[in-house]
Design a protein around this ligand. Structure first.
Ligand code: UTP
Length: 293
């Protein structure tokens, strides 16, 4: 079993209905957060965690994603002429340090099915999954935090955060095993419950879009039949491989922005622009002016 994770799977084949009408023409993953597409940030997170192979699961009509990561000398030269060196450097690093593959999901049969479509691209090795809707901003990339825990205790990992009771029913929720705390952030699990009513939630830890998974999850997903809403859920596949691999939750240190809705994307843009030295003063000024109106 390799002691490293070399592939991250980024499922990006969804319909993006909450972003209609934009998604008639543009994949929602390319909608910008400040000045870079949302998917740019999560690819950078994977690169900063030392992962070298990015498998982006797309669907027919979303070729623009592949176009975005294709190296272009003309764009590089243009960016540098315009003084946009930081962006040019990041794109150059992507080209030098990463290889990309683009498995296709022909029909939107759910997140678990999208991950299964990357089976060949990932090979029979442990792999990571990042959902591009969840932008996580912290001092250290969340994937790097999780990989450290995984090196100590290999298994399947889901990222979790503490969720207020009134919002817990929107999440997959983890069920902790007795005496489960392995360290301050890692917990052994006995199961997961998808979107439980608040009074039935087994914990206050909700699952967020980062996973480290063993290849057995692909076998389990291949055996999983579509659930109640006709989709193959990733959490079902992970739960089914619990008899083969230990399951852990990792409570990460970072702030999460949900870029899966237009307003969430606006929140992410505003927060990131207020954190960045080159944009903070201008955006703070606009915000104050808008609030006075
Ligand atoms: P969502 O449930 O947010 O669906 O998927 P969506 O299509 O992106 O957006 P809405 O709900 O229609 O507005 C979560 C992640 O899983 C991927 C999506 O691309 C997104 O990154 N996904 C979902 C797939 O790749 N395939 C699927 O069949 C479903």
């Amino acid at each position: 079993m390799p002691s490293q994770i070399r592939t991250v799977v980024i499922p990006a084949a969804g319909l993006g209905t909450r972003f209609l009408p934009l998604t008639k023409a543009v994949p929602k993953e390319l909608a910008p957060v400040v000045d870079r597409p949302a998917i740019h940030y999560v690819v950078k997170e994977a690169m900063d965690a030392g992962i070298g192979h990015i498998a982006i699961v797309t669907s027919p009509g979303k070729q623009a994603l592949e176009e975005y990561f294709k190296p272009s000398q003309e764009i590089d030269a243009l960016l540098r002429r315009r003084g946009m060196n930081a962006v040019a450097d990041e794109l150059q690093q992507f080209a030098q340090r990463l290889t990309f593959s683009y498995p296709i999901q022909d029909r939107q049969l759910g997140l678990g099915h999208a991950v299964l479509c990357a089976r060949e691209a990932a090979g029979r090795e442990p792999f990571a999954v990042i959902l591009p809707d969840d932008l996580l901003v912290g001092d250290e990339p969340v994937l790097a935090q999780m990989l450290r825990a995984w090196q100590r205790r290999p298994g399947n990992y889901v990222a979790v955060e503490e969720v207020p009771r009134e919002r817990i029913s929107a999440y997959g929720v983890v069920d902790l095993a007795a005496g489960s705390e392995a360290d301050g952030r890692t917990y052994r699990l006995k199961g997961m419950v998808e979107k439980p009513p608040a009074d039935k939630a087994p914990s206050n830890l909700g699952i967020v879009g980062r996973y480290l998974l063993m290849p057995e999850v692909f076998d389990a997903l291949a055996e999983t039949r579509p659930g109640a809403i006709g989709e193959i859920q990733l959490t079902d596949g992970i739960a089914r491989s619990m008899d083969r691999c230990p399951l852990y939750a990792y409570r990460y240190a970072a702030v999460r922005y949900d870029c899966g809705t237009p307003l969430g994307l606006l929140h992410a843009s505003l927060s990131l622009a207020l954190r960045r030295p080159d944009t903070a003063a201008e955006v703070r000024g606009w915000a104050q002016e808008t609030l006075r109106m």
